[in-house]
Design a binder for this molecule. Structure first.
Ligand code: TXA
Ligand code: MG
Length: 340
């Protein structure tokens, strides 16, 4: 298949181009598109055959449910007949934005989307290309991250092409995504509401709306988010995460890097900007300043992918502070560090 690349300037959106993409969605084809978090691989939520293609193209198991993307809040009430007041308040606060709400599903939502669960995950992306695409296609759009299953999520159109070029109808190139990590997945069917995946809206931000005691941080509970496998977001290189702090961390990174280099392996270090000069003699890529977690999040996946492009065999990654977006970053690094 010849994958069409449609370049759209997000500052000056050409609606005629969006129409072309919307036509593909209406035909039951797959279109990758930017959101504020990562690129999504979109299909018409009300077309089961189209949704099935997503699993095939990504190599994703059918027990991993998909997020439904909407452009108007009314659509939420069609997808779920039971929207708790708290959920509505969260939606009104954070949408459009990187928060996904897990709610009881309505009969309109097919089992293939939800992996036969009785819940559905819904979000409204904060990206005008995505919102226009949903509006012009006149249907909610299901979209997982537009990467091959298990790989780091794509934060630009080139990443999508690297993984899915030749396998899908169209990629909308709207430049680099702003947030860089996926949405926070929040189960609002339970009390207290529970974070199933840390992401672009921090737990600290959620608690400002719900109150402190009202968010459970027990992340990645296998039985709630059935598709959350252990090894995920992984570069091809083996990733070793060094979670120690301060000088001890730098020492441990140096020790590991030296050890693998001595074995003749191509070793790279993913470091905070303030530490980059502490690794003389090694190849270092900077994720950002340790204090600027939003920037680190925006750079995370593209840095991991760039190690792969240069065929590194081992990545030694410095851990970051685990608050605000640092929680989402560390969750992803821990999964990337699980041996395949
Ligand atoms: O930022 C994002 O969320 C991106 C962009 C494209 O919107 N999408 C994304 O989708 O990351 P995906 O498929 O890569 O991850 C969806 C996550 C999975 O962890 C899945 O298990 C969880 O959402 N999920 C979906 N439906 C669920 C449900 N009904 N109950 C629990 N977890 C659910
Ligand atoms: Mg994904």
């Amino acid at each position: 298949m010849n994958t069409k690349i449609l370049k759209i300037n997000p500052e000056k959106i050409d609606l005629n181009k969006i129409k072309l993409a919307a036509e593909e969605i209406k035909k039951g084809n797959l279109v990758a598109f930017p959101t504020e978090t990562v690129y999504g691989l979109g299909a018409d939520a009300y077309n089961k055959e189209a949704v099935a293609k997503i699993f095939k193209v990504k190599g994703r198991p059918f027990n991993d449910p998909l997020i439904v993307h909407i452009a108007e809040i009314e659509e939420l009430h069609r997808l779920s007949k039971r929207v708790p007041a708290m959920a509505l308040q969260l939606a009104k606060t954070f949408w459009p934005g990187p928060l996904t709400l897990v709610l009881k599903k309505s009969e309109l939502v097919s089992d293939i989307i939800t992996a036969s669960l009785d819940t559905v995950a819904v979000r409204m992306p904060d990206d005008n290309i995505a919102l226009n695409l949903i509006r012009i296609a006149q249907t909610p759009i299901v979209a997982p991250s537009a990467n091959l299953f298990g790989r780091p999520s794509p934060t630009n159109a080139q990443h999508v092409e690297d993984d899915l070029g030749g396998k899908i109808e169209m990629i909308i190139d709207g430049g680099k995504t702003r947030v860089g990590v996926e949405s926070t997945v929040l189960d609002v069917t339970v009390k207290p509401v529970q974070v199933l995946r840390a992401g672009g809206v921090s737990v600290e931000q959620l608690m400002k709306v719900t109150g402190k005691a009202k968010v459970s941080k027990e992340l990645e509970r296998g039985f709630r988010s059935p598709g959350r496998l252990n090894s995920h977001y992984s570069p091809q290189a083996r990733l070793i995460l060094v979670e120690e702090k301060g000088d001890v961390q730098v020492e441990e990174v140096r020790r590991l890097a030296s050890k693998y280099k001595a074995q003749g392996l191509k070793v790279g270090i993913m470091a905070k900007e303030e530490n980059q000069n502490k690794y003389n003699g090694f190849e270092v890529k900077v994720i950002g300043k340790g204090t600027e977690l939003e920037i680190c999040a925006a750079n995370l996946f593209s840095t991991l992918r760039s190690f792969d492009k240069e065929r590194f065999e081992i990545i030694i990654a410095e851990g970051l502070e685990e608050h605000d977006l640092g929680l989402a970053i560390m969750e992803r690094l821990r999964k990337a560090a699980v041996p395949k």
